[in-house]
Design a protein around this ligand. Structure first.
Ligand code: TLP
Length: 345
């Protein structure tokens, strides 16, 4: 859509020229037989980046999370998850549908759980209680505004969970945004979690695909679950080729998206009646409330659209904007002007 500035999500990013070329050139085979050399290369490289023994290429982040939860739980258990988590709110109850687990939501400021917050919700098996099967963490946390887990918080949760035999799955859809923001390797961030899912198709701009990484035996079982879920993709090397370019060329530049998000958050903070939930965004997501301007999020979204700028409402008065590689710093002025007109009284 030329002329339109699309800040609805980083999922809207299109593959780069280098990705399209790599897709064209990709060496292919049948991945259900394990014979697609490009998928195999992507899985090996992704495992290395996550610091895990093995990795599985899955079509979507939702499938990666679904399989991750399935691997760490048994039917009838509970999964601890932050209340605004993607797993709980945006994945069609897959944890219930596929893994047979109930999500136990825990509120946390900025979406960042701590062991102190988690511990009271950990349940042993009892006459009335379903046992806690695993803890799911989201880093960065989408709906809290791309917030990042402090390393020590993450490490402590994993340490305490392990002592109790409870698995930890990381929804790292945007873990490379966390890595760039903190200047810490993704493999270090993921060191103590059992399984991690990360997306190639968000800020890294691949057309589709995510990775589930973890111990070899779990990932081999995960491969069977992927087939069950309809994710046996045959000559998936056309997609994996783009994924390889994504992880080799698109990570470091995420810092630009973070700078653009900071600029737009700063501008929003100057508009009367707007409350920015994360006024100093750590990564590429800004969440803001327009109630004080006497507007609904739907009204603001519609007015912005008329000005050629797309942003999604995420609650009746709350909106989200997400910066990404198809948005250039040079377009920020146009977005600010559109915001001023759409929100101004
Ligand atoms: N997030 C999408 C929407 O579903 C909300 C977006 O626009 O941000 N984990 C996290 C933290 C995510 O943000 C998403 C997608 C997923 C998992 C699921 O990935 P996909 O869409 O590939 O299934």
């Amino acid at each position: 859509m030329s002329g339109i500035i699309d800040l609805r999500s980083d999922t809207v990013t299109r593959p780069t020229l280098a990705m399209r070329q790599a897709m064209f050139d990709a060496e292919l085979g049948d991945d259900v037989y394990g014979e697609d050399p490009t998928v195999n290369r992507l899985e090996a490289r992704a495992a290395e980046l996550a610091g895990k023994q093995a990795a599985l290429f899955v079509p979507t982040g939702t499938m990666g999370n679904t399989i991750g939860i399935k691997l760490l739980t048994t039917h009838g258990q509970e999964v601890i998850c932050e209340s605004r988590g993607h797993l709980l709110n945006y994945e069609l109850s897959m944890a219930a549908w596929f893994a047979g687990c109930l999500i136990r939501p825990v509120d946390a400021a900025e979406g960042i759980l701590t062991w102190e917050k988690i511990e009271p919700h950990v349940r042993p098996l009892g006459p009335h209680w379903a046992q806690t099967g695993c803890i799911e963490l989201e880093n960065t946390h989408n709906m809290a505004g791309g917030t990042v887990y402090p390393l020590e918080t993450l490490d402590e949760i994993c340490h305490e969970a392990r002592k109790r035999g409870i698995g930890v799955h990381l929804d790292g859809a945007r873990v490379f945004n966390a890595s760039v923001a903190q200047g810490i390797a993704a493999s270090r961030i993921c060191r103590d979690v059992d399984t991690v899912m990360f997306c190639l198709s968000k800020g890294l701009a691949a057309p589709a695909g995510s990775i589930l990484a973890g111990p070899r035996d779990l990932i081999e079982r995960g491969r069977l679950h992927r087939k069950r879920l309809g994710g046996g993709m045959r000559q998936a090397g056309v997609l994996a080729a783009a994924g390889l370019v994504a992880i080799e060329t698109m990570i470091d530049r995420l810092a630009e998206d973070h700078a653009n998000a900071r600029r737009l958050a700063g501008f929003l903070g100057t508009l009367e009646g707007v409350r920015v939930l994360n006024s100093q965004p750590a990564t590429n997501i800004v969440i803001f409330d327009v109630a004080g301007a006497g507007k609904t999020a739907r009204q603001v979204s519609t007015a912005l659209k008329e000005a050629g700028v797309l942003m999604n409402p995420v609650a009746p008065a709350v909106m989200r904007l997400v910066t990404h590689c198809d948005f250039a710093a040079g377009q920020a002025g146009a977005v600010e002007a559109a915001l001023e007109r759409a929100i101004g009284r």
